[in-house]
Design a binder for this molecule. Structure first.
Ligand code: GLV
Length: 323
C-alpha cells in the first residue's frame, strides 16, 4: 500500500480523499512547522511514496536528496511554490504540484476586504469605538476614501489579479490599469482596462495598487523606496501575494513620512517575523497570511493537493504539475 506523509494537520477532506484512493496516510502529529532536519528525518524513516506539503515547508536540494528513490511527488497545498527549489526537484526526478484556481475568488475577496478596510478606516474605527471614544456623530470624524470610480492598478494579471480587476471594474466602476510581463488585449477590451508598459507608469497613476505577481528573483523588492515615492501621496498599497515583493523597511519609512496614504498587507518579508516598525502605525492593516483561509477554500486546496498525489501514484499526469 502506498504511503503518504502530510507535513501538518490539513482539512479532513484531503486526508479522506487520499485514504479512499487506498493509501496509508501519516500526518505529522505535532501541529507545527517541521524544521528541515525534522522533515528529512521523517522522509528517511518513512520511505513515503508522496508528501503533501505547505508553503511553510522549505523544499531544497537536501530535502529532495533525502526523498530521492522513494517519493514520487511533493504536492504543495498552495498556489505559490517559492518554497520549492524546482531545479533540485527535477534533478532528483521528483514531481512538484500546486493548487491553483480553487483559491482565486477567496484571495480576491480578501484583497477587497483589505482595500475597503484601509480606505474606510475600518480597523482604526473599530479600535476607536471599542476604546469608548464615540460620543456622537460628527461631520468630520474618521473620514476615509472611496474606492468607487478610482483608478485601481493591478501588478500581475494572473488568475487572482484578473479576478480583482473584475470586481474593481464591475463592482466599483473603477478604472483598471495593469502591468504584467504579458499584455492581454482581450482583457483590456472586456474591462476597458489600460496596459502600463512599466510598473512605474502604473504606480504614478493608481489610487489603489494591488500586488499579484509571484515571488521570483525579478519581483523581489519590486516595490522599494524609489517606487514607493512614485506613488501618489493619496494612494493605498495592498499586498496579498508574497511579502518579499515589498521592501518592508522602505515601507515603514514611507508610512512614517506620509509618502503614501495607507497600506494593507497579508504577507510579510520574513514570515512569521514582522518588521517591528509596521506595528503601531495607524495607516496600515496587517493580516497573518490568511487570504485563502476560508473553510471552503482550504478544504478545496487540500482535496486538490490529494488529487495531484493520486494522479501521480496511479501513473497519470498530475493536473497541477509545476515545471
Ligand atoms: C498562499 O499564499 C498560497 O500560495 O496558496
Amino acid at each position: 500500500m502506498a504511503k503518504i506523509f502530510v507535513t501538518r494537520k490539513i482539512p479532513e477532506r484531503g486526508i479522506e480523499k487520499l485514504k479512499s484512493a487506498g493509501f496509508e496516510v501519516e500526518v505529522n502529529p505535532e501541529d507545527k512547522v517541521l524544521s528541515k532536519d525534522e522533515l528529512m528525518a521523517w522522509l528517511k524513516k518513512g520511505s513515503y511514496d508522496a508528501v503533501l506539503t505547505l508553503l511553510t515547508d522549505k523544499l531544497d536540494a537536501d530535502v529532495f536528496e533525502a526523498a530521492k528513490g522513494s517519493v514520487k511527488i511533493f504536492a504543495n497545498m498552495a498556489v505559490g511554490f517559492d518554497n520549492v527549489d524546482l531545479a533540485a526537484a527535477k534533478k532528483a526526478g521528483i514531481m512538484v504540484s500546486n493548487t491553483p484556481g480553487v483559491l482565486t475568488d477567496t484571495v480576491a475577496e480578501h484583497t477587497f476586504a483589505l482595500m475597503l478596510a484601509i480606505a474606510h478606516r475600518v480597523a482604526e474605527a473599530d479600535r476607536f469605538t471599542k476604546a469608548g471614544k464615540y460620543h456622537g456623530w460628527e461631520p468630520m470624524m474618521l473620514l476615509g476614501t472611496d474606492l468607487s470610480y478610482k483608478t485601481v492598478g493591478i501588478l500581475g494579471l494572473g488568475r487572482i489579479g484578473s479576478r480583482v480587476a473584475y470586481h474593481a471594474a464591475k463592482g466599483f466602476n473603477a478604472k483598471v490599469i495593469y502591468y504584467d510581463v504579458k499584455r492581454n488585449e482581450e482583457f483590456e477590451k472586456e474591462f476597458g482596462a489600460m496596459f502600463c508598459e512599466t510598473p512605474e507608469l502604473l504606480l504614478a497613476q493608481s489610487d489603489f495598487v494591488s500586488i499579484h505577481v509571484p515571488l521570483l528573483p525579478t519581483t523581489r523588492h519590486l516595490i522599494d523606496a524609489n517606487r514607493l515615492k512614485m506613488m501618489k501621496p493619496s494612494a493605498y498599497l495592498i499586498n496579498t501575494s508574497r511579502g518579499p515583493i515589498v521592501d518592508e523597511k522602505a515601507l515603514v519609512e514611507a508610512l512614517k513620512n506620509n509618502v503614501i496614504k495607507g497600506v494593507a498587507i497579508d504577507v510579510f518579508e520574513n514570515e512569521p517575523a514582522i518588521e517591528p516598525g509596521l506595528i503601531g502605525l495607524e495607516n496600515i492593516i496587517l493580516t497573518p497570511h490568511i487570504a485563502s483561509a476560508t473553510e471552503e477554500t482550504r478544504s478545496k486546496m487540500a482535496e486538490l493537493a490529494a488529487e495531484n498525489i493520486i494522479a501521480a501514484l496511479f501513473n497519470q499526469a498530475p493536473p497541477n504539475l509545476v515545471k
